[in-house]
Design a protein around this ligand. Structure first.
Ligand code: GLN
Length: 544
């Protein structure tokens, strides 16, 4: 096993996840089997109970783990699916250590951070690498060097480097090089300090990734090299990119691929980035724009819907059409007629997943607009459940129809708690989670979109469409075209509408640059088709 550990300095939010994913991509492009582990030094066992406003989206893995959103970046950049062991948290590590202590595994010993907690961290990393059959494991340490919380993890990595020996492990430090003052001077002092902090705990970085708004000037690279004791060619400048998928190529252009191969004694094969480059070229072509409205309640923090944004980027990289996302705060919709008027002009509407009562009426209104104005609509999870509520209210005439999540006393609980949830009181890791099989109705729109009638998609929900309303919804035209094997509704669609599809699952988690999710592609295609109908002149090809 060889290891690349990625730490962060100065501030968090530097795009360490993208950096780690991109380093992985460089090795993968050289045919080296790799895997990635994310360390989150918080005490939560997993990200499932955290508010999206604090940590961004909760990313769901096939095995049902509710993980940090960086796991999504890894899956997208590497094109491989990961499992829960790839997201290490302080909560998980301490839980394992305490369970062992209670079992008597350490009998006679005082259980301590060193060697027991650090031992558990090293053991897990080794196990994950082995289970994945990886030659190189990348380990990203969340937070910033100097945080008390991340100390045991950095110590474990230092020990690991010693145990693995020369040429088996590389430390990559991602830092901020801020640009300040009227002349825009790049400042290296914060980087110097954070590297000093790393060295104080016995870690010497072999590569420094300098983040900032603009490329580093050669003299700044030299300065960082001198003060931080790394060769100048190991100081890598990664300025902000308009598309994150550029980053692997930015690294490659500065020789990071061969450098990593040298540091880890790997054969330096020439990389194959052809599909990646083609994706980026198509993405940049972006001729003609299509506008998709996203109606949710965490719209102020885009990271809360990261996988949705990325899924649209993937579609853009294949269709070559610029996709403009317009974010609507669902709470504003009922009280703002200007927003409603704007929404009515959107080429497509998406209502993503969500929880709780806040903003629900705005989502229902947005769905009604999409349904009655013939605007292509994709509902995901909560956005799908609200589709059933909207239909029950406005087509079936059940005025107080609702989900019991919002109105437990609703006379028409069209969406209600899953049977298995009724006895559950813990909120952590207890939803219907992860990859589940869905059977699609042959000949339905959804079956056409996928080109097959059996799919596996990732889930994260506690409520479902109430079986007592299946017949009434169907009788009024809302077709159920996807079911789980245990009889839950997974897909709803309206045959009389250009595109009105809702899914109980989360397609956004499976979209990748090299294979955009078919549902997102289908929504965008339907939105483009609507545009052509709406303005045939603008859409016509120019005269030769
Ligand atoms: N709140 C709904 C449920 O728990 C939807 C969840 C979601 O959108 N992820 O079923």
């Amino acid at each position: 096993m060889k290891v690349i550990a990625v730490s962060g300095g100065v501030i968090s939010g530097l795009g360490k996840g993208i950096t780690t994913s991109s380093l992985g991509r460089l090795l993968k492009a050289r045919g080296i089997p790799i895997t990635i582990v994310k360390i989150d030094p918080y005490l939560n066992v997993d990200a499932g109970t955290m508010n999206p406003y604090q940590h961004g989206e909760v990313f769901v893995l096939d095995d049902g783990t509710e993980a940090d959103l960086d796991l999504g970046n890894y899956e997208r950049f590497l094109g491989q699916s990961l499992v829960g062991t790839h997201n290490l948290t302080t909560g998980k590590i301490y839980r394992a250590v305490i369970e062992k202590e209670r079992r008597g595994d350490y009998l006679g010993n005082t259980v301590q951070i060193i060697p027991h907690v650090t031992g558990e961290i090293k053991r897990t990393i080794r196990e994950v690498a082995q289970a994945a059959g990886a030659e190189v494991v990348l380990v990203e340490v969340g937070g910033t060097v100097g945080d008390i919380e991340s100390m045991p993890f950095l110590e474990a990595l230092r020990e690991l480097s010693y145990e693995l020996g020369e040429g088996q492990m590389a430390f990559v430090h991602t830092t901020l090089v801020p640009v300040v003052g009227p002349v825009g001077e790049a400042k290296t002092k914060p980087t110097q300090h954070s590297v000093r902090e790393l060295r104080a705990i016995g870690i010497r970085p072999s590569l420094i990734i300098a983040r900032g708004p603009a490329p580093l000037a050669p003299d700044i690279k030299t300065k960082i090299s001198l003060f931080c004791d790394v060769p100048p060619e190991a100081v890598i400048s990664v300025p902000d990119q308009s598309v994150i998928y550029e980053v692997p190529l930015v690294l490659e252009a500065q020789g990071v691929g061969p450098l990593l191969s040298r540091l880890l004694n790997l054969p330096d094969r020439p990389p194959d980035h052809s599909a990646w480059k083609e994706f980026l070229a198509t993405y940049r072509r972006g001729d003609g724009a299509v506008e998709i409205a996203i109606v949710g309640k965490y719209t102020e923090l885009r990271d809360a819907y990261l996988s949705h944004t990325e899924a649209f980027h993937h579609v853009q990289g294949h269709l070559g059409k610029e996709i403009r996302l317009q974010w609507y705060d669902s709470e504003d919709i009922p009280r703002n007629p200007t927003l409603v008027a704007r929404l009515e002009r959107a080429d497509g509407v998406l209502v993503p997943g969500g929880f709780g009562a806040r903003g629900v009426e705005g989502k229902i209104r947005a769905i009604e607009i999409a349904r009655t104005k013939g605007i292509p609509y994709l509902g995901i999870c909560y956005g799908f459940q609200m589709q059933a509520v909207e239909y029950a209210r406005n087509v079936l005439g059940l005025d107080r129809a609702n989900t019991t999540e919002v109105d437990p006393a609703s006379p028409d609980p069209v969406v209600c708690l899953l049977e298995q949830q009724k006895a559950t009181s813990d909120l952590g890791g207890t939803m219907r989670l992860g990859a589940q099989r869905v059977v699609l109705t042959p000949g339905s729109r959804i079956a056409q979109i996928y080109g097959r009638t059996e799919i596996w998609e990732r889930h994260r929900h506690r409520y479902e469409i109430n079986p007592e309303y299946f017949d009434r919804l169907r009788a009024q035209g809302l077709a159920i075209t996807g079911m789980s094997v245990d009889g839950r509704v997974e897909v709803l669609e309206l045959a009389s509408h250009p595109f009105f599809v809702g899914v109980q699952y989360h397609p956004e988690f499976l979209s990748r640059p090299e294979s955009p999710h078919p549902l997102f592609s289908a929504l965008v295609r339907a939105a483009l088709a609507r545009q052509e109908v709406a303005s045939p002149v603008a859409a016509a090809p120019p005269l030769a």
